[in-house]
Every structure is written in structure tokens, then in C-alpha cells.
Ligand binder design. Structure first.
Ligand code: C5P
Length: 234
């Protein structure tokens, strides 16, 4: 595992998603299924995409009491997703319970990664709404360390944080990074972005790319370009 481009399939339903995936004749890209698609279509969409030969990152960001998360993770594990996630804010006992729930009787399990602090939360909101006074970076690194202590495989983070996460949690601790844009592309609503090549240099293990591929005139070419920049250039 490691070093791959994951396409964020942020489509409202099955039809749009499958016709997008039909564009890919030779490649079987790793895809991210988020809340919108999962809640619209249910677990069947995971089975369907899996049956077509794609690896899946199921981005449902679980956060609840440990027992509930453990049981929900057991269900997601049976769907055969390759990566699933949760909020590190659920604390270490919740993350440990999640791992337990995820582990199948034969000892195998999907990779489990944690969302640290959402990038939509800034310092002011953290202080005002969450009463967290520490700087964001310190909080993100602390949450990443908690995820590591709980036995998780990595975190979702900004490509700008990936290097530091590896420094603190080790190079084998996975960094999965959205916020990727081509050098000549539109940033959209992403504020702090990096190109695939820069994300690679800084040590991202997986990049999550949505609109630069899904909204491209030629999505297959855009995907191939992304893979080239992220995987081939050293
Ligand atoms: O279209 P775009 O490349 O911006 O899509 C990025 C994907 O990564 C979206 O599915 C978005 O929800 C997700 N994401 C993000 N920033 C985060 C966490 C997740 O952009 N901090």
C-alpha cells in the first residue's frame, strides 16, 4: 500500500458515479466515497464499485461512543473497503474500539486513518467553540500522535502538514492529503493547495483529488497526469 492517487467521487448518486467510472477503460483508480454518496445509495454502492475492481476509501468520519463505533466499523469492514476513517477527536478509547471492530476473524482489516482537526476549523473557531487554546498545528500533531498510540495507520491532513506528521509519527504512518491542484489549474474553494509533485516531495502517501479530475474536460487524462506527477517524478 502507499503512494497512490485517490479520486474523490463527490457525486450525488450512483448513476453519475458509475458513468464517471465507465470513462476509465484501462485503469482502475482508487476511489473515495464520501457521506453524500454513501447516504444516498447505501452500502450497495460500495459493493458495486468494489466488484468493478476499484480500491475504496470510505470517508465516513465516524465519531461516537466506543461501543457504537466498534460495531459500525465491523459493518464497514464486511463491505471490504480498503481505507476507512474516524475523527481523532473521539479520543484514544474510541479509536482503539474502532480498530477492534474493524479487525476480521482472520486478523485482516481495512486501513484505519484519523481526521485530526478539520481544515474548515480555524484558530478562532477552535478557541471560541471548542475551548482549545493551543495553536492548530500543535493540536493536529497531538491528535496524530493519539491516533498512532491507538494503533491507527495514519491521518488525513493537509499536504502542508504531511512532512511534520511523518517527523513526529514516523515515516510509515500514512498521510492522506486532499487540497491538491495542478499548477495551471483552478483552486476552487481550497485555500492551501499543493501540486501532485509537491505533495510527493513533501511525503504524502496518498493524495485525494476531486474536481481537478472529476470536472476536467478529459478526466482520464487528468487522472493520468496526476499519477505521473505524483508517482513517477522523483
Ligand atoms: O474537489 P477537491 O479536490 O477539492 O476534493 C477534495 C476532497 O477531499 C473532497 O471530497 C473533500 O471533502 C475532501 N477533503 C478536503 N479537505 C479536508 C478533508 C477532506 O478537501 N480537510
Amino acid at each position: 500500500m502507499g503512494k497512490d492517487v485517490i479520486i474523490a467521487c463527490d457525486f450525488p448518486g450512483k448513476e453519475q458515479t458509475l458513468s464517471f467510472l465507465d470513462l476509465f477503460k484501462e485503469e482502475k483508480p482508487f476511489v473515495k466515497i464520501g457521506m453524500e454518496l454513501f447516504y444516498a445509495e447505501g452500502p450497495e454502492i460500495v459493493r458495486e464499485i468494489k466488484k468493478r475492481g476499484h480500491q475504496i476509501f470510505l470517508d465516513l468520519k465516524l465519531h461516537d461512543i466506543p461501543n457504537t463505533v466498534k460495531r459500525a466499523m465491523a459493518v464497514l469492514s464486511s463491505l471490504d473497503a480498503d481505507i476507512v476513517n474516524l475523527h481523532a477527536g473521539g479520543t484514544i478509547p474510541m479509536m482503539e474500539a474502532a480498530l477492534e471492530g474493524l479487525t476480521r476473524p482472520d486478523g485482516t482489516r481495512p486501513l484505519l486513518i484519523a481526521v485530526t482537526m478539520l481544515t474548515s476549523t480555524d484558530r478562532e473557531t477552535m478557541e471560541r467553540d471548542l475551548l482549545i487554546k493551543a495553536p492548530i498545528e500543535e493540536t493536529v500533531m497531538h491528535y496524530a500522535m493519539n491516533a498512532k498510540k491507538a494503533g491507527l495507520d495514519g491521518v488525513v491532513c493537509s499536504p502542508l502538514e504531511a512532512g511534520k506528521v511523518h517527523e513526529i509519527c514516523g515515516k510509515d504512518f500514512l498521510t492522506v492529503t486532499p487540497g491538491v491542484r495542478f499548477a495551471d489549474g483552478d483552486k476552487g474553494d481550497q485555500k492551501r493547495v499543493m501540486t501532485p509533485a509537491q505533495a510527493k516531495l513533501i511525503g504524502s502517501d496518498y493524495i485525494v483529488v476531486g474536481r481537478p479530475i472529476t470536472a476536467a474536460e478529459n478526466p482520464v487524462e487528468a487522472y493520468k497526469r496526476c499519477v505521473r506527477e505524483f508517482k513517477d517524478q522523483s
